[in-house]
Design a protein around this ligand. Structure first.
Ligand code: PAF
Length: 291
């Protein structure tokens, strides 16, 4: 695995892959890699000839009171697992390489609509920071495909919309969430939790599963199901930000005829803001007005 820190070093390596007729997949990350990231690397390795991973903790996507300073950083462990999973190139750019004109003067990418709702309403500017860095990394990489975890469902849809709206020449692939045996979704922020908190935090997954079952039975009770889910999260020690059921395609509220849905939630547990979601599809006979 080649480890490089400058876009200028990246270019000849990527050109050499192209000259050999090899495709390559790109996995952008902020490091502290866990099984969820490795599923992205594995998917890239399955679908492309070579895998390129970036590690960059992007200040532009953290709010002033968020955990940028505390964000876990484990470079040696990351290198080891990336080699084990067959990564060809690890790009670990410096701040100057990603934001040469500084954060203040950086041109921003805004994906309207999807960016202001749900996580975007409690984390203003977050998704603009994500879209901006991913756009820059995509331009530096020129990869065939890019791989994103569906745990960050809203982020995944925002990146797909950015690629479509800006006619970018890359395919965005969503990869299923990896979970602990308890059902808790893998996340770097799980490291903020103690062993017993980790066990309790799996309640988020159980509440989402319960909401899906209730919605399948009585889709007309949309509001009651949401209220019940939020109350259940509170009972289990969470401080909920939101729990909602939306269309998979654009995160709008479902109406009559919408069958591809996703239940999403964000909730604080101890020092960790956890997010999770479950996609589900209603049988077409359940078609009915829901709200
Ligand atoms: O999902 C992440 O880890 C980050 O938001 C990403 C896509 C690497 C952009 O910084």
């Amino acid at each position: 695995m080649k480890i490089i820190e400058k876009a200028s070093q990246l270019r000849p390596l990527l050109s050499a892959l192209r000259e050999q007729g090899l495709s390559y997949g790109f996995v952008p990350t902020m490091g502290n890699l866990h099984a969820g990231h490795l599923a992205l690397v594995d998917a890239a390795a399955e679908q492309c000839d070579r895998v390129v991973v970036s590690i960059f903790v992007n200040p532009l996507q953290f709010g002033p009171d968020e955990d940028l300073e505390a964000y876990p950083c484990t470079p040696e462990d990351d290198e080891k697992v990336l080699i084990e999973h067959g990564t060809s190139i690890l790009y670990r750019p410096t701040m100057a390489d990603v934001y040469p004109v500084g954060l203040e003067h950086q041109t921003r990418v805004e994906v309207p609509g999807l960016s202001e709702i749900l996580c975007g309403s409690s984390r203003p500017g977050h998704f603009s920071g994500v879209a901006t860095v991913v756009n820059r990394l995509f331009n530096q990489m020129q990869a065939d495909k890019a791989f994103f975890g569906k745990k960050d469902y809203q982020q995944y849809l925002i990146i797909k919309k950015m690629v479509s709206d800006l006619a970018m020449n890359i395919e965005v692939v969503g990869v299923d969430t990896v979970r602990l045996d308890s059902g808790l979704a893998m996340s770097s922020r799980n490291s903020y939790l103690s062993a017993s908190q980790l066990e309790q935090a799996s309640g988020l997954y159980l509440v989402l599963q319960d909401a899906v079952e209730r919605y399948r039975r009585t889709p007309e009770n949309y509001r009651g199901i949401i209220e019940h889910g939020i109350a259940e999260l509170k009972n289990r020690g969470f401080v909920p930000d939101y729990l909602t059921i939306r269309r998979q395609s654009d995160l709008k509220q479902p109406g009559a005829g919408d069958v591809k849905l996703v239940v999403l939630a964000a909730a604080w547990f101890g020092n960790a803001r956890l997010i999770d979601n479950l996609e589900f599809v209603l049988p077409s006979r359940s078609l009915q007005s829901t709200i």
